[in-house]
Design a protein around this ligand. Structure first.
Ligand code: XUL
Ligand code: CO
Length: 439
């Protein structure tokens, strides 16, 4: 098959002065930051669904992207699925992305039966394996698409229909087998339609119990096949349902604790999902980090004026600097990665736009990393926070943290003290300006 991107060379690092749009200005894979290469900090990953299967359609209009490699084949055909594999790997190789991610039903088409779908998936799996081997591009995570087909209209693991639950289990089983076979680093559960549109027709407790049972079955199966990669839950508060059970990091952690699953899961956090939940991405990262559950990120951003899940490429320096500050604080990404769950704008219609978008995302994250590392090296921000809590390092604060005092002792202490007179300024504006020094 001829090259899909014949005019585009392998993207190289040329430095900030370069004016070449097909070069990195800031992402330099081998450059060390805090003793680790940029390649290892980020573990950048390209998603199959938006990159190969996106069409540019939205709720109001048909697709706008006419991909040359799709022209000779029919929608949802195995021939089209086969043709897309080499195109995808050519893209990842030229971009220098070390990882990729898929849903079962975006690499391979839906069959008329589960058996036929499985056969399609096996055919494509062989191709993916060959291309992974030839290119060195690795699988960051796999996942099952349990939300597009009408059988999942009421949800999958949380459906009112037990047959849909069974079907979803069968699908996840195969997706796990395949992730394992392709040496995937992890496996993601995003609760596509695990939620409700109306409480009038919903038994919330029963649905949550079913979701817990489903996850335990997945953990059991993972052990059975010897898959060692982590499981991740990806929070999202709404879309497509009005309330998704995995609504944000805190809700996911609560679910995992309640159903005794926390040892088996970490979180895969996505920026646009965080903002839909009314949180910043940094908030979600901090919440996950505090629970030791910061696993991986779906790197994108939303548009506050549109308000829905626009999945734009991350080009906001404040965002990436804040993300990297928190990620570095919690020890960095290990099995996870920086996965571009992001899509081109409807008006960005040419294949080369895929390169511009990913280069932009990678460069913005590289700058974010350098900014975060510089803030950490400077030390003023870290020192400010440390100093702000110094009352806990000795005296009564230390005794509280050590569990040595209770309400009685604290009452006696407070009576003696008379009043809290030592409050200091939070200095928010000073710190925001300090942060800006490094942008
Ligand atoms: C949907 C979304 C998914 C998950 C994987 O909003 O983010 O693509 O990342 O199922
Ligand atoms: Co995602």
């Amino acid at each position: 098959m001829p090259a899909a991107f014949p005019k585009i060379p392998a993207i190289q690092f040329e430095g900030p002065k370069s004016r070449n749009p097909f070069a990195f200005k800031h992402y330099n894979a081998t450059e060390l930051v805090e003793g680790k290469t940029m390649k290892d900090h980020f573990r950048f990953s390209v998603v199959y669904w938006h990159t190969m299967c996106g069409t540019g359609s939205d709720m109001f209009g048909w697709g706008t992207w006419d991909r040359p490699w799709d022209r000779s084949t029919k929608d949802n055909s195995i021939e089209r699925a086969k043709r897309r594999v080499p195109v995808f790997f050519e893209f990842c190789e030229k971009l220098g992305a070390p990882f990729y991610a898929w849903h079962d039903r975006d690499v391979a088409p839906h069959g008329k039966t589960l058996r036929e779908s499985n056969r399609y998936l096996d055919t494509i799996a062989r191709l993916l394996k060959e291309h992974q081997k030839a290119s060195g591009v690795r699988l960051l995570w796999g996942t099952a698409q349990n939300f597009v087909h009408p059988r999942y209209m009421h949800g999958a693991a949380t459906s009112c229909n037990a047959d849909a639950f069974a079907f979803a289990a069968a699908q996840v089983k195969r997706a796990l087998d395949l992730t394992h076979e392709l040496n995937g680093e992890g496996y993601v559960f995003w609760g596509g339609r695990e939620g409700y549109s109306s409480l009038l027709n919903t038994d919330l407790k029963r649905e949550m119990d079913h979701l817990g049972a489903f996850m335990h079955m997945a953990v059991d199966y993972k052990k059975k096949i010897g898959f060692r990669g982590p499981f991740y839950i990806e929070p999202k508060p709404k879309e497509p349902t009005k309330h998704q059970y995995d609504s944000d990091a805190a809700a996911c952690l609560n679910f995992l604790r309640e159903y005794e699953l926390l040892n088996h899961f970490k979180l895969n956090l996505e920026t646009n999902h965080a903002t839909l939940a009314g949180h910043s991405m940094q908030h979600e990262l901090e919440v996950a980090g505090a629970a030791g559950a910061l696993g991986s990120i779906d790197a994108n951003m939303g548009d506050l004026f549109l308000g829905w899940d626009t999945d734009q490429f991350p080009t906001d320096l404040y965002l990436t600097a804040q993300c990297m500050l928190t990620i570095l604080k919690h020890g960095g990404l290990t099995t996870g990665g920086t996965n571009f769950d992001a899509k081109l704008r409807r008006e960005s219609i040419e294949p080369e736009d895929l390169f511009h978008a990913h280069i932009a995302g990678m460069d913005t994250f590289a700058r974010g990393l350098k900014i975060a590392a510089a803030i950490r090296k400077d030390g003023r921000l870290g020192e400010f926070v440390k100093n702000r809590y110094r009352s806990w390092d000795s005296g009564i604060g230390k005794q509280i943290e050590q569990g040595k005092v209770g309400f009685r002792e604290l009452e006696a202490y407070a009576l003696k003290l008379g009043e809290v007179s030592t409050n200091e300024s939070g200095r928010q504006e000073y710190l925001e300006n300090l942060f800006n020094e490094f942008i």
